[in-house]
Design a protein around this ligand. Structure first.
Ligand code: PNS
Length: 166
């Protein structure tokens, strides 16, 4: 029996339909996908890393081959700790390339046995980014279909909480 494991790392603040699509497609290639949410304090983030992990666990609750957890430190160390050798990243358009190229080259220098597999984002999700989803939601626009419904509801709840605090 094979056990091909891939790590899908990211900020996921919040997870979008583009991310969901990458995970589903990765499951066609790998036996298990571990979603690694970067645990890094960021004042501008909408959700804490723990909240993002919790939300994504709920999205994938009936998908036994997907695990969601947070990680700290170097990605390549986390990948090795998981006994994996492969990182998955989604590529939307040219604007993603330079950043991904730098990161992948740095990661390969740090750990030559860890490789990165890129997947082109499905065309219907090309324009979706966590940042724009947050902006549209905060300005009252409809984000249905851009993120899973439970994430949409969590975004609205979080924005309402923030408004009540100010
Ligand atoms: O969703 P993002 O913000 O594009 O994900 C970026 C992420 C989490 C993959 C990247 O920031 C990362 O791997 N951080 C861990 C620190 C690290 O390993 N840095 C060296 C690579 S340049």
């Amino acid at each position: 029996m094979t056990n091909r494991v891939a790590i899908y790392p990211g900020s996921f603040d919040p997870m979008t339909m583009g991310h969901l699509n990458i995970v589903h497609r990765s499951l066609e290639i790998f036996d298990r996908v571990i979603v690694g949410v970067l645990n890094h304090p960021d004042k501008k983030a909408l959700f804490s890393p723990a909240e993002r992990v919790d939300l994504m666990k709920r999205v994938f609750h009936d998908e036994s081959r997907v695990e969601v957890e947070s990680f700290e430190g170097l990605l390549v160390d986390y990948v090795k700790k998981q006994g994996a050798h492969t990182v998955i990243r989604g590529l939307r358009a040219v604007q993603d390339f330079e950043y991904e190229f730098q990161m992948t080259t740095m990661n390969r220098r740090l750990a030559p046995d860890v490789d990165t597999v890129f997947m082109m984002t499905a065309e219907e999700y090309f324009y979706i980014a966590s940042r724009t989803v947050k902006e549209v939601a905060s300005l009252g626009g409809d984000i249905t279909g851009l993120v899973p419904d439970l994430i949409r509801d969590a975004i609205h709840a979080k924005l309402a909480d923030q408004r009540n605090e100010t």
